[in-house]
Every structure is written in C-alpha cells, then in structure tokens.
Design a protein around this ligand. Sequence first.
Ligand SMILES: [Zn+2]
Length: 404
Amino acid sequence: MTGSDNVIFRNGRLPNGERSDIVVSQGRFASFGHASPDLLTTASIVDLDDQLVLPGFVEGHIHLDTSFYGDTWRPHVPNTAGFDVRERVEIQHRNMAAAAPMEKRARDQLELCLTNGATRMRSHVMVDASVGLASLQTIAAVRERYRDLIDIQLVAFPQSGILTCPGTVELLDAAFDHGADVIGGLDPASLERDVKGHLDIVFGIAQKRGVGVDIHLHEPNMMGVFSIEEIAARTRALGMQGKVAISHAYGLGDIPPDEARRVADVLAEAGVAIMTNAPGARPFPPVLTLRAAGVTVFSGSDNIRDSWWPYGDGDMLGRAMMLGYRSGFYTDDLLEVAFDVVTEAGAKALGITEYGLRPGAPADFVTLRAAHVPEAVVAVPKPRSVYRRGRCIVRDGVLLKWPA
Ligand SMILES: [Zn+2]
C-alpha cells in the first residue's frame, strides 16, 4: 500500500481541542493548521465533522495466542491456593487444548484492537518446550496478513520458564529465525529460583541476536525489587538503555514511596521502561513517581478473555481511563498523562521513532467525538474511525475490507 497522495482532512480537532486542517501526503502527515488555498483546490478533501483527531494507540502488551475472544466463553478457573504462575499455566494448557484454532482467535482479537484504534502493538507469544515454535509461527503468519493495517512486534515469551523447562533455551534462540523481535522472560526469582541464571540466558540471547528485552515480572515486594535492580544493572552493563522493559513490575506497587523513588531513579538511569495495565485488584507501579524520575511508563491490555482473567476489550483509550481511575488522576494535566502512557510513551518504549501527530510521521490516527484529550480519556467515546497511512481502515467501528 502506498497511501493516498495529498489528502486534506478538514474540520478536525487536534488533541488540545484546536481546530485544524491536517494535510497528508504519500501516507505521512505533511502539515497542520490552515491548508494553503492552492492545495485546497488540488487535494482530496475529507470532512472530519468536528471530530477529535488522536494518534493511533499503542497496545504495548498483549497475548494474541492465548485469548478466547470470539471463541466459546471459558469460565475462569481460580488458583487453588492464591496466585501461582505454574498452576495458572497448567490451567491455560488445558483450556488451549479445547480452544478454537489459534489463527482464528488471534484474528478476532487483533480486529477488536484495530476497531478500537490500535495501530502499533507488542504481543508476547509463548515459546517454550511445551508448545515449541508453533504458536510463534501461527502469530507471525497473522501479523503478515495484517501488515497493511498495524505494526506488530512479537516477543518470544517463555511462559513455562527457561531453566525449569528444559529445551526452552534453544527454542528461544531459534525464535529469531521465525519472526520474533524481542526476547521475553518470566519471574526469575519466584518461578525460576535463579535470577542470575535466568537473566544470563535472556540477556545472552538479546546480545547474540541484537534485540530488546521485555520481561514479565509478577514478583511481589522486595523480591520484585531485587529482580528489577538485577535487570537494571545488566541493562546498564550491556549498554542496552532504551531497549529493555519490565512488564507488570508488581513489586513497585508494594513498597513504600521512598523506596519506590529510589528504584525509579535506578530504572531511569538504566533506561528500563515499565509496563502496567493497572490490574484490577492489585497494587501496581506508581505512574507519577516513575515518570517524575524519567522512567518511560507504557501500557497494554495484557490478557483478554483468557485463562488468566475474563476481562479485557482491546481498547487502549479505555485502558488510559482505567489507569487514570486507579491512579487518582482527576486534573486535565493528569488525564493527559494517562493518555500519554497509551500513545507517545508506548511508542518510545517500543522503540518506534516515527510516531504521533507531527509532520513526517506516518498518518496513523483515530477520530472520535470528544472536545479534547481529557474528555476522551474520561468518556471513552465510540464508535471510532481509524486511518492508517492516511487511508480509512475502520469506519465508525467497522473494519473495512482491504486487499490481503
Ligand atoms: Zn502478559
């Protein structure tokens, strides 16, 4: 797809509520403000009818392989004795064995995200000795099919552990010959009981393959802080600032504010980003403390109707609302922080340099009815239309047919 040549989007509102023409040339933003009279006579015109124009949302953490969205409803099966990753993975394996084909489930979930306005995504995909590379190959094929609609990074995710799941090291390495972009990890202390051993492998593959790192860390309290500091130390030692993320980092939500500020400085110095989805019933990382220190905080839906929880709707604007709600964000400035987490900060965490409503960036944007960003975060308006490289791909919440 090449994108439309010289399209002027008229009567839209920029995120701050100002009226603006938006000129798109060759699929990229060319200018904002008043379009020149010359251009108005030669370009195609699209009337946005006073809608708010927002950058395409960044879905920074999702699992395309394990959702049951669009499939039969799967009642949630609780852990037998409190949260236990190992037991939850066993429940997941049982559910997956009875599920609709992965390709169908992944497409259903992806189209849900697209109609809600995501134009960039990072999906973790299970790669371990229990499933081999099969899930990754399926999801990489789905990514290829949707490549004109959304950019997707795939994380090789050792859901069953690395050291505790023999054969996984070789599979994680091979994943980078089968479409993986980022190396994942999982609870090096609580699940693997060997922080050094786990991180040696994860960072070893990252160095060998020249890729970034995104580690699931459910570890609570000071156990989580210990792993966080080990990850930060390696990131600095290897010069990988800006290429490493920790997802969930629950421990940061459990510790006193002074300690959180100290760890925030460690993370900022190491250039390690933190992903939080503002989980429903659990303390989570303090967004403002982290941002004040200079840490990039991004977000994602994480699990959508899967074996971990029944929630999730693939809506990153709704996720910004949840994050703001749980963080006590009331002022316009703070509602804009929540929005930044699902847009600009997400792009930064994913290493996306060409992003946002700025000249030269790909013209990927969402239109909806709100006066400005703070109102959009609170109201979470639908339906939305979504434009990719200046071309409408979702109109009023309906995904349009595209050549595939
Ligand atoms: Zn996850």
